[in-house]
Design a protein around this ligand. Structure first.
Ligand code: C2E
Ligand code: MG
Ligand code: MG
Length: 558
């Protein structure tokens, strides 16, 4: 470079004094232009009077994509020293533009624009915002965004004196699909559901995933009159099966609805109330929705109590859960000797008192707590049975109920194997009772799990037979040893021809395919007399004895 640094004068205003070198030092001019052209900041000098461009560097031209017509869109009205971010739609880029008035050559008044392409920064910022506001799996907005939006919507409704609604949705028995088919299919289902929800007219972007299988929909005040239509749209989605892993699966949902601002005018209060209504919907048999009312409050807080206490009880080594035993007698032998017992759980809660399994098992399944509870029962029953076996009753057997939630766990076989090993029970003396509802469309999977259980030497009984889905045809393929006919058929014995015929046919059929039949719920001699003449092996019922503590059972039968 032939120019020396001292020849470049910086004016007080901060702009270069061009005049000196432009006329006198052509070399320096060329170098100066080169410097300006290599800046990654666009520079444009435009005359204030004539409104024409006096100078523009390469970066500026490329910002405009060499299309000078774009200039007017970009060089918007700015006062001296002002700057602004401008989005250029036709280029889909963001620019940070700064304007400053300067004196150009020959003291001509001019404006200097410096332009930075900030598109990448903007995109990065958006990505960060997206990550903060969106659910990674489904792309729906997340809980954080839901709370922000809800706060705004509550305000709008309060201001306008209008109404909106919060829909809190939870998938029914999603755990079964997730545990049964594997998480990847659970994810596919969540994505499909999210996708379908957004397409419902009136929901669009007001659908949020709160985590797990829980979603929230905000029905904004301007859509409130569509509430019925929206609920109908949601119901239609869940009325159809989802295609997963080569088969159709039905998945239903339960929903709690709270209205704002009537039911609550803060975000937390409203979400809590919709959640209470949701619990109510779950309780009334799932696959339905409930609106929040003040009466919901009382009932559901009891439910929350139950949940909290159940969590505490399972944390405390399941101490409050006691296993009772109801004898099962052998009707093929003289005098109907006791041949073992069914283990039936009892919850003696310190805080809530005695709670029957019919009341807490569905909630335990829903909360996933049935796994630790069920494992506790299994171990305890195996331990107890071995004790009886070693004290003079080597043939006593114990039946343990397995919930479908437990059965579909990937480690169920290991769990059973561990219990056998730890307690040392003879596997042939353990029978696991499963219910028919377990056939969640995946017969092959069920057959395989039950088959593996039997390979351990453990027997399998089909509980509550006749109330579920499986047909007589099905049981032939199922790897089971015992059919337990449900109590409802026994109740009607001798009074209802169908009940009589049903029990008789099941017994005959079971005999042909080499399965044993156990009848439960026998309360009266009338029932017993009718049953004696059928091909039944085992009977369980109040006629013989009620479920009792291990201590009482030992006293009486061992
Ligand atoms: P289940 O397995 O069908 O058990 C039989 C139920 O019928 C027991 O009710 C028993 O007390 C009752 N029962 C027996 N004989 C008679 C009778 O002659 N008359 C009448 N009215 N009832 C009779 P419980 O103990 O209340 O258990 C209810 C259900 O809770 C069980 O039905 C089972 O499905 C579930 N359950 C109990 N313990 C467990 C457990 O440890 N794990 C799992 N997953 N479920 C369990
Ligand atoms: Mg049972
Ligand atoms: Mg049963």
């Amino acid at each position: 470079m032939s120019m020396e640094a001292k020849n470049i004068k910086l004016q007080e205003s901060g702009t270069w004094e061009w005049k000196d070198f432009m006329h006198q030092e052509i070399d320096f001019y060329t170098s100066g232009i080169e410097v300006l052209n290599n800046l990654n900041c666009g520079i444009c000098v435009s005359s204030l009077e004539g409104d024409h461009i006096l100078f523009a560097n390469q970066e500026f031209c490329s910002c405009l994509n060499d299309d000078m017509n774009v200039k007017d869109e970009l060089l918007i009205d700015l006062k001296d020293g002002e700057s602004r971010e401008v989005y250029l739609s036709r280029a889909d880029r963001w620019f940070d533009i700064h304007r400053r008035e300067i004196q150009w050559l020959d003291q001509e008044k001019a404006e200097l624009y410096t332009i930075y392409d900030i598109t990448e920064n903007k995109r990065y910022q958006k990505r960060i915002e997206r990550q903060a506001n969106n659910d990674f799996l489904t792309g729906l907005y997340n809980r954080m965004r839901c709370e922000k939006d809800l706060e705004i919507q509550i305000d709008v409704s309060k201001r306008k004196g209008s109404e909106g609604a919060l829909l809190y949705m939870d998938l029914d028995d999603f755990k079964h699909i997730n545990d049964g088919l594997g998480h990847q299919y659970g994810d596919v289902l969540l994505k499909s559901i999210s996708h379908s929800m957004q397409r419902i007219n009136g929901i669009e972007s007001n659908c949020y995933r709160m985590g797990g299988d829980e979603f929230i929909i905000i029905v904004t005040e301007n859509k409130y009159e569509m509430l019925d239509k929206i609920l109908q749209g949601i119901a239609e989605i869940f009325a159809k099966p989802w295609f997963l892993k080569g088969a159709d699966y039905y998945c239903t949902m339960s929903m709690g609805i709270a209205r704002f601002p009537a039911d609550g005018d803060t975000v937390q209060d409203l979400i809590r109330k919709a959640d209470l209504a949701l619990l109510e919907a779950k309780k009334s048999g799932k696959n339905c929705y409930e609106f929040y009312t003040d009466s919901v409050k009382g009932v559901s807080s009891k439910r929350l109590d139950l949940e909290k206490n159940m969590r505490d009880a399972t944390m405390n080594a399941c101490d409050e859960f006691e296993v009772y035993y109801q004898p099962i007698v052998d009707v093929t032998k003289q005098g109907n000797p006791c041949m073992g017992a069914e283990a039936l759980i009892r919850w003696n809660s310190e805080k809530l008192g005695f709670i029957s399994p019919a009341e807490f098992i569905p909630l335990a399944e829903y909360l996933g707590l049935i796994n630790p509870i069920g494992e506790h029962v299994l171990r305890e029953a195996c331990r107890q049975c071995r004790a009886w076996n070693e004290s003079g009753h080597p043939h006593y057997k114990v039946n343990v109920n397995l919930s479908v939630v437990q059965l579909l766990r990937n480690d169920i076989i290991d769990q059973v194997q561990d219990a056998l090993k730890e307690t040392g029970i003879n596997p042939a003396n353990l029978t696991l009772e499963v219910t028919e509802s377990l056939a969640i469309n995946d017969m092959d999977r069920m057959k395989s799990i039950l088959g593996q259980i039997r390979e351990l030497g453990v027997r399998v009984a089909l509980d509550d037979f006749g109330t579920g889905y499986s047909s007589l045809n099905h049981i032939r393929e199922m790897p089971i040893d015992v059919i337990k006919i449900d109590r409802c058929f026994i109740e009607d014995l001798g009074q209802d021809e169908f009940a009589d015929a049903f029990v008789k046919i099941v017994c005959e059929l079971a005999n042909v395919i080499g399965m044993r039949v156990c009848v439960e719920g026998v309360e009266h001699s009338r029932q017993y007399e009718i049953l004696k003449n059928m091909q039944i092996h085992m009977i369980q019922g109040f006629y013989f004895d009620r479920p009792m503590s291990a201590e009482d059972f030992t006293k009486k039968y061992a």
